[in-house]
Design a protein around this ligand. Structure first.
Ligand SMILES: Nc1ncnc2c1ncn2[C@@H]1O[C@H](COP(=O)(O)OP(=O)(O)OP(=O)(O)O)[C@@H](O)[C@H]1O
Ligand SMILES: [Mg+2]
Length: 201
């Protein structure tokens, strides 16, 4: 075991993985699996290896794997804004009313263009997986931290990743799902304005 992870390093948690700051590299995080039914790390490693020669600037940069006290961890850059703060997700921006639904659509479509150009396979339409990297001039760039690559290690999922026409077809459906999820947030935003509970950050 090379790295010990503990509570003070905690960054965030999803349904499958807990994310920790790397104890010795400020700009990196380590993702470990906590869901015994789904190993999201293995599918992601396979994805990163398959695309290792492609410059995918819309996906968090992969730095390899590391053995930890919580099992094998995937190491990636932490997506950060120009001021060093961890970037917020598209979902959080819309929830906080800092971006409109229409602006959300535009960012998802910009992402779609890059995804289809590179023939990258997506499998998860959750917009919490899109972090919005903010530059000094305030410009936002969407970066995926999860939801790419094969859903599982089945032959069908792996074929979809390797055969780019299949990857494009599936990714188009996933992007449609992201747009639908964003549209559904319209009701939530209206409700928070009406009740005066607009979250801020
Ligand atoms: N590279 C990163 N930089 C900054 N924050 C990150 C990064 N990767 C993950 N996170 C944060 O950690 C959360 C959980 O990570 P991730 O989405 O990889 O876990 P998961 O369990 O696979 O998620 P899901 O519930 O979507 O399946 C993300 O929603 C995000 O807030
Ligand atoms: Mg996620």
């Amino acid at each position: 075991m090379n790295v010990t992870l503990s509570d003070p390093l905690y960054l965030a948690k999803g349904s499958c993985r807990t994310v920790f700051k790397h104890p010795s590299h400020n700009d990196l995080c380590i993702k470990v699996n906590h869901n015994p039914r789904k190993d999201r790390n293995i599918t992601e490693i396979v994805f990163y290896h398959f695309h290792r020669r492609h410059a995918l600037d819309f996906i968090a940069q992969y730095k390899g794997t590391v053995a930890t006290n919580m099992g094998k961890g995937v190491v990636t850059e932490i997506v950060k804004d120009h001021d060093g703060k961890v970037s917020k997700s598209l979902e959080e921006y819309i929830e906080a009313n800092l971006l409109s639904i229409e602006q959300g659509f535009a960012y998802i479509k910009a992402l779609q263009e890059k995804v289809l150009k590179c023939g990258v396979l997506l499998h998860d339409d959750g917009i919490q997986n899109i972090l919005m990297r903010k530059a000094t001039d305030g410009r936002l760039t969407p970066v995926l931290v999860d939801g790419f690559g094969p859903r599982d290690m089945s032959f069908k999922s792996l074929s979809r990743m390797v055969l780019s026409p299949l990857a494009r077809k599936k990714s188009k459906q996933v992007i449609q799902g992201m747009l639908r999820r964003t549209e559904k947030m319209r009701a939530g935003v209206l409700e928070s304005i009406q009740t005066g509970q607009i979250p801020t950050f």
